[in-house]
Design a protein around this ligand. Sequence first.
Ligand SMILES: [Zn+2]
Length: 443
Amino acid sequence: MTFRLYPNKQTQQSLRYHQKLHKDLYNAAVNNRFTQYQKFNHKVDYFEQQNCLPAFKEVWTEYKEINSQALQATLKRVDFAFERWFKGLGKRPRFKSIRHYSGWTYPAKTGYSVESNGENGYLNLSKIGRIQMRGKAKYWGKPTTCTIVYRNGKWYASITVDVLDQALKPEVLPTGAIGIDFGCKSALSITDGENHQQIDAPKFLRNAEQKIKKVSKEKRRKRAPNRNKKVKASRRWKQAQAQVSKLTRQVANQRQNWVHQVAAEIISSNSFVATEKLEVKNMTSKAKKGQRKKQKAGLNKSILDLGFGMLRSTIKYKVEQIGGVFVEVPTKKVKPSQTCPKCGHQHKKTLNIRVHECGVCGYIQDRDIAAAEVMLYWSKGTLPGLGTNLVDAESPSSTSYTRKQAGSMKQLGTKKRQKSVEVSASNELRDVETHSSGGANYG
Ligand SMILES: [Zn+2]
């Protein structure tokens, strides 16, 4: 949740001063990494820099009054920038000017305190002071991290809260079980086996790409800054740039609201959700081959995919939060779009065929709804045909997955995409595992 901050003159000065110190530390850490490597062929890592902090503070005493965890968080930013660069995901880290330095983070519960019930209030920052903040959080709990952001001349505090602490677990778990198919025609195709519903991506999400594209195009006609040629940006370029970032932010906010609305509605009556294992590249239409491919992919990624990805992960989060079950169906094995939900007959459909029409039992249904049905039935163990007739006592792959899942939180992130079935701790777990192995056999 992001709150706008309204510092007075004195706290504003303090904020700027802290921002400068964090910026200087950031640049020093970047410099340290480069020079150590160039002169001594030594790769400095995060821990080495963190261990240097006490000595650093002896020399640069002004850092003594800054929260040490916040300083560590700034070193982590450097580490993150280098990691991204090493992995080819980001540019070579550079020194940052104060104008391009976004802020700093209090990664734990020290260095700041929040006086708020989720709507407006005050933020207390140690050595800076009490600052009025405005904004309204959809969910509120104990603050866990706080990031101070300076953007376009305004100050913000982005506060994450521990919602789980006071998670409003419903007294009676909603009994609904649904299958969801994420697609590009309709954002969501939902079914409980009897009732079907399709939800489209809202207009703003579909229009945003065009709008941003148009404004970006106008920006490209203006004089952009060029550090190497010492060209400064024109006033018009800056205006266009401001417009682009404003639009992007608007879309992000609207998208987040939409995602929360849809997810909240889903968990209000369902606690069992089956959906496909995430395959991002299937979700937006493929760009034509050629030079524009990369550009198009970038835009798609930023707007539509982000929306679907967020929607999916928000549903997952909320379902698990109320103690429900979120099943990821391995689509390569189950083939939801090529299987008849009523009789289990498999028949290959090309993408342009939007209706499922079974040649064996005659069942006719929208393609995406049928796929959602297949995933729901498969997860519940009621999919007719090959999938459920196979009894397989041993399920080596899926049991090992669950053990790993329980083992380490850190591994979770990397394992997530590999897992064929992902469920939260529940009795249904065992059912799902057996089906997963059944699926493996016929797939
Ligand atoms: Zn059929």
